[in-house]
Design a protein around this ligand. Structure first.
Ligand SMILES: Cc1ncc(COP(=O)(O)O)c(C=O)c1O
Length: 386
């Protein structure tokens, strides 16, 4: 773990106190960052100042401040993900962003996606009347031939939705390789980074995909309501959003009801009067994550997840163990004893959750090796030997 991140570099996998202290940590052992990332300690103060403060003290000028917060949100994402602020657009959540993208780009043909994708996105595709071609649960998502085969079905394929991280299986998908196969066939590439942004380094320029959808609730520690999309400039230019409003206009203050001209950047995907608070909050979280450094956060996460994987019997570990194939989450399946393990973890005040695939354990930058050791001790106590 790098020295300038402020993280511990002793190999013990413990964050320096000054990094962990920058987040509000609950009692017990919190390992649910795949669900809700902890809020930075300064969030409440920032929210008061950036949203309520300007509203109370300068209501006439509030929009100037509020829009500056949203610009700050776009810039923070741009810095984190390696592109320009203009091509990011605030959204409510990933599902709604996907609806807007598909309506605007109308890919002709089926949409390839994994069965492990977040169900909400499958609901969107169904509701829009599109046909989903699934990469089934038991298929090998790392085998590029599996993807090529789905792309080359008799059905023409118009788009692929690639989930960067499947949180229920702990898989980290090879986005760039899958996208290259799709691009060679003229297929629109859409990536969902809800489960990776903030913990897995992402370089948008290196990926060369068409659209990326994300939220800030999980590893970005930015709370709900601050969804976003990134659209590649040339894709943006040829897209015609249908869910629009005055903030999608090239000049929102022109106010000519007879003339809608879409903004030249990704703001064309925005809409009517935006909410401000979620973006003001998330902006500061993204800036904090970027300041700590996603590479350092990932290195810390790999140190802690390796510690857990190494301590467990291999049969218990559901996620891939290869570093470049596994996400930030360890998924543990104790078979018929899973209920018992969950009960013991709850009793020990270890905050994790459970999906049909197993128990999800997600260490972030505010977790320490001692948190992993607690999990191992509890599992050991139930199974006899971890
Ligand atoms: C991979 C993935 N995508 C998307 C979401 C959430 O989608 P939305 O922002 O529409 O609620 C989740 C939530 O758990 C997720 O794990």
């Amino acid at each position: 773990v790098t020295g300038d991140s402020g993280l511990d570099d002793t190999g013990q996998g413990g964050p320096a106190d000054d990094v962990a202290r920058r987040f509000v940590r609950p009692a017990g052992t919190y390992l649910l960052s795949h669900s809700i990332g902890l809020s930075p300690s300064e969030t409440a103060q920032h929210a008061l100042e950036a949203h309520l403060g300007v509203w109370d003290h300068d209501p006439a000028g509030a929009w100037t401040h509020w829009l500056a917060e949203i610009e700050g949100f776009r810039s923070a994402l741009a810095a984190l993900l390696g592109h320009e602020a203009a091509w990011f657009c605030p959204q409510v959540n990933v599902s709604s962003g996907l609806t807007k993208v598909l309506q605007a780009l109308r890919p002709s043909g089926s949409i390839v996606m994994t069965e492990e994708a977040f169900p909400s996105l499958g609901f969107v595709i169904g509701a829009l009347g599109a046909h989903a071609v699934f990469v089934e649960r038991d298929a090998d998502v790392f085998d590029l031939d599996v993807w090529a085969e789905r792309f080359d079905t008799a059905d023409p394929v118009g788009a692929v939705l690639i989930t960067h991280v499947h949180s229920n299986t702990g898989e980290l998908l090879p986005v760039a390789d899958i996208a290259r196969l799709a691009r060679e066939r003229g297929i629109l590439t859409i990536v969902d980074v809800a489960q990776s942004a903030g913990v897995i380094p992402i370089d948008l320029r290196a990926w060369d995909v068409d659209v990326v959808l994300g939220s800030c609730v999980k590893w970005l520690c930015g709370g709900p309501g601050a969804g976003w999309m990134w659209v590649r400039p040339d894709v943006c230019e040829r897209s015609a959003p249908t869910d629009v409003g005055w903030f999608s206009h090239e000049d929102p203050f022109e106010f000519d009801i007879h003339s809608f001209r879409p903004a030249s950047d990704a703001s064309r995907f925005w809409g009517g009067t935006p909410s401000v608070l979620p973006f003001a909050i998330a902006r500061r979280s993204i800036e904090l994550i970027d300041a700590i450094g996603v590479r350092a956060i990932r290195a810390h996460n790999v140190a802690l997840t390796s510690r857990l994987i190494d301590a467990l019997h291999p049969d218990l570990v559901v996620n891939p163990t290869q570093a470049d194939r596994r996400s930030a989450t360890v998924v543990i399946d104790a078979g018929r004893q899973t209920d018992e393990v969950v009960d013991a973890l709850v009793a020990a005040e270890v905050h994790v959750d459970r999906r049909p695939t197993g128990i999800r354990v997600s260490p972030h930058v505010y977790n320490a090796a001692s948190d992993i050791d607690t999990v191992v001790r509890v599992i050991d106590g139930v199974l006899g030997t971890a």
